[in-house]
Design a protein around this ligand. Structure first.
Ligand SMILES: Cc1ncc(COP(=O)(O)O)c(C=O)c1O
Length: 387
């Protein structure tokens, strides 16, 4: 008899130190534009390394939007976007009036490759956006070289890739912008929030202004309080001081969070070895470090109904699951209606959306929890195979 357990797919990891950090801000009088935001940007840059310059923002989608605005990408331009991603990756392109050109993923990793990107480049292409799928880093040196050869901007969507590195360099630092998410179930949360990252200080400075209405000077740079000019059409995508204080506190546990995820991922992968015909999306090669956001299992050769039945059984058995991502973006109604949907061009993205299950590996789980997930999964897959 297995004991009853309730294993959530993900849960924010909030400690007393986190609560205290937020409370201290609330006990003061600076709730935005303050020292917490600046310190969070500096500490986050130190974690990433390689000369990162950071701008805290209200979400990853805000960071992506700012990236396209800053680089002047707009009407008439094309941006290469993965078909297998969160809708935010494509929405940011749509919001500047450019057209997302969807490219299918590598079925082993869920990532775009330099080869698949190269085939989609046209004279109208202005940028490439890549997503480090479930934390598995894309082969960035090749993709960055391709972007440079064609004079294209390279925007890295690192929403679920905090901690992912390729040959020692943190993702987000290969291209022209790195965009991170601090949504509650991410490696680090500020409730809602994100970070725009650049290797170039002047880019970060300009984006910091765009993030705050396009105002030309910070509070500290105003000779008369309240006096400023607005040379650019900016937005309000700022992060509050409460959020930044929470982010700083979370950052202190990030290495531990990543180490637990790595251990849980390896344990779960090992535990799933007893199940037939599974493909686990994972990083390949030396020097490739994943952030281990979740463990995505693709049920090879089995129809969507089987995947859905397995999910229902797992959930009934107390194992929380998710699907990353539930639809190829070009199949979502907005994109389908606007551009039409070509199934053939998204075969691998469809397999991941329709036949995969994302299993939990977060720091809320103990080794015993992971064993329970693996045993439950293997038992249910075997039952299904014998149906
Ligand atoms: C790949 C990807 N990009 C962007 C986002 C959007 O992040 P945010 O909610 O911070 O805007 C997500 C959210 O999960 C994501 O998975």
């Amino acid at each position: 008899m297995s004991e009853a357990r309730e294993i959530l797919f993900a849960r924010p990891w909030i400690t007393d130190e986190d609560r205290q950090a937020v409370l201290e801000v609330l006990n003061g009088h600076i709730l935005t534009h303050g020292p917490q935001g600046k310190a969070f940007e500096e500490e986050f840059a130190a974690f990433l390394g390689s000369g990162a310059h950071c701008v805290s923002v209200s979400s990853c989608m805000a960071a992506l939007h700012l990236a396209y605005l800053h680089y002047g990408i707009g009407r008439g331009d094309e941006v290469i976007v993965p078909a297998q991603t969160h809708t935010a990756t494509a929405h940011a392109v749509e919001w500047v009036g450019a057209r997302p050109i969807f490219v299918d993923c590598d079925p082993r990793t869920g990532n775009l490759t330099a080869d698949s990107i190269a085939k989609a480049i046209t004279p109208r292409t202005k940028a490439i956006s890549v997503v480090h799928f479930v934390g598995i880093p894309c082969a960035m040196p090749e993709i960055a070289a391709l972007a440079e050869r064609h004079g294209l901007k390279l925007i890295e969507d690192c929403a679920i890739a905090l901690g992912s590195r390729y040959e020692g360099r943190h993702v987000g630092l290969f291209g022209d912008a790195g965009c991170f998410s601090f949504y509650p179930v991410k490696h680090l949360t500020t409730g809602e929030g994100g970070m725009f990252v650049s290797r170039h200080a002047p880019v970060a400075e300009k984006v910091a202004k765009l993030r705050a209405f396009g105002v030309d000077r910070k509070h500290s740079e105003r000779s008369i309080p309240g006096m400023y000019d607005v040379p650019a059409l900016g937005l309000n995508y700022r992060m509050s001081e409460m959020a930044a204080a929470l982010g700083r506190s979370q950052l202190r546990r990030l290495e531990r969070n990543l180490a637990i995820r790595k251990e849980n991922f390896a344990r779960l992968k090992n535990g799933l070895a007893a199940a037939p015909n599974l493909q686990i999306l994972d990083s390949e090669g030396n020097g490739v470090v994943s952030s281990h956001y979740c463990l995505s299992v693709v049920l090879e050769g089995r129809p969507t109904e089987v995947r859905n039945r397995l999910v229902t059984k797992l959930n009934l058995a107390g194992v929380g699951t998710s699907v990353y991502y539930p639809q190829p973006v070009p199949r979502l109604a907005y994109y389908r209606n606007k551009y039409g949907y070509d199934r053939q061009a998204c075969c691998s993205a469809e397999v991941i959306s329709d036949r995969s299950i994302a299993l939990p590996v977060g720091p809320h789980l103990t080794g015993a929890d992971i064993d329970h997930v693996a045993q439950t999964f293997v038992r249910i897959v075997k039952e299904e195979t014998n149906v």
